[in-house]
Design a protein around this ligand. Sequence first.
Ligand code: NAP
Length: 255
Amino acid sequence: MESTLKGLTALVTGASGGLGAHFAEFLAAQGASVALAARRVSMVEARAEAIRAAGGQAIALPLDVSDAAAIGPAMDEVEARLGPIAILVNNAGVGGEGLALEISVEDWDRTFDVNVRGVFLCAREAARRMIASGVAARGQARIVNIASIHTFEPKGGLAAYCASKAAVGMMTKVLAREWARQMIAVNAICPGYIETDINADWFKTEGGQKQLKSFPRRRLAEAEDLDAALLMLAGPAARAITGTLITIDDGQSLS
Ligand SMILES: NC(=O)c1ccc[n+]([C@@H]2O[C@H](COP(=O)([O-])OP(=O)(O)OC[C@H]3O[C@@H](n4cnc5c(N)ncnc54)[C@H](OP(=O)(O)O)[C@@H]3O)[C@@H](O)[C@H]2O)c1
């Protein structure tokens, strides 16, 4: 089976660090031309430079996915510099911690603005372009949403985050249904806990260590554990895969 992404342009949101930076490096290593977007421009620039130094093709651009007006111009820039977008990795996300009795309206809204509205607006803008450019008709259009095990699993203190990721799961299925005839594959990866800035402080606490010990393998997963699923969902293998949510959690949700 053909696995290379050579000749395809990928946009990864939230690529200044954590999983997004890893996804961008991985897609570039598979031959894709990659645009790395996030709010911290110097960080995406450094990541793009590292990809170019390793022989890949990458550009960096500023993008706040909660700014609806910024998404179209950012994708204009990607298409002008790298060509039509074939792969969108909708990765940008925030933690949204806070007990339900205490979380502020502002924190709740911020979680949904980034994790839900941002994911929707990026998916829709990318889908419009995939259709207009002919990428969709060629069967190359792929949207990969990064959800979470908390799409399915409740956790106290994370009402906003869990609800936002459940929304991403259902959104993935509805968009897959709406855009099935246009040949755009829309899927989601639901990772378990992987240490990044989003949770590093938590795993230093007693509660975090207790949670870690409750996992069947007593460890966190690694960003590389998501590579096989991402390659499958971003490339030719996903020809007939759409509306699927793939959990990769090292068995954590079995605890
Ligand atoms: N790590 C885990 O255990 C885990 C598990 C399941 C799912 N996830 C999901 O994986 C995704 C990546 O998380 P991570 O673990 O890599 O966390 P992270 O290290 O905190 O990275 C989050 C990324 O999102 C970007 N971001 C935040 N708000 C943004 C905005 N408004 N516009 C554009 N980019 C924004 C950040 O960049 P800037 O601050 O530079 O904008 C950063 O690059 C998230 O959707 C998260 O929910 C993570």
